[in-house]
Design a protein around this ligand. Sequence first.
Ligand SMILES: *Cc1c(COP(=O)(O)O)cnc(C)c1O
Length: 242
Amino acid sequence: MSRIPENLQGVHARIAAAAAKVSRHAQDISLLAVSKTFGADAVVEAVRAGVRHFGENYAQEALEKITEVRRLQKDGVPDSLQTAVLTWHFIGPVQSNKTRLLAASVDWVHSVDREKIAARLSEHRPAGMPPLNVCIQVNISGEASKSGALPDDVPALARAITTMSGLRLRGLMAIPQRADSVEAQRTPFRALHDLFALLQQQGVPVDTLSMGMSADLEAAIFEGATIVRVGSAIFGERDYGH
Ligand SMILES: *Cc1c(COP(=O)(O)O)cnc(C)c1O
């Protein structure tokens, strides 16, 4: 038996408890289920348990999974799966030779960290699709993955993205280094929130703070996260096959 439905209940309870602590509404925080390394079957189970937003961080894996889930939605017995409208988010490093594939297959990219990549995504977004939602990934605390724009470079990058017709700038994303205490976790999230507030003051229309994962979603919610990206707490520990 899969633990996905009960894991999801646990994650929703954590989101609700954290939101309540800072007098926020839980419905203002979207849950992005990070399905990387798990198959289409796990995605389908999560859909049946009510999840609509999925995150992937390898382009090829994302494309294959999206295609397979669509096939299962089309061919399966009529149930809630068939009518579910899913939103796919790319959250991994964007290689320039993958921008065409990504621009044609996902709804969001959270990990734009330079103008060249943004321009390519915009150029490759197919004309019949709505603009691709993007977040700027920020290297807020000597970011674990070492990717991300430097905070000082974010305002100019944000303004550049707002001029690109294939993109819609939504906000900021970060993956801070691990920290054990909630207080220590809050520091980089607060810095990302401050940068977000600065953009808003400058008149840049942003509405999304993508921050918080399985281990630190409470700290992120305390600091204003609007999307939390949760993998292992929903799907279980990942097995990278080595
Ligand atoms: C894998 C991943 C997550 C989810 O991490 P968990 O610790 O499993 O919740 C979130 N964001 C990004 C960018 C990831 O690559």
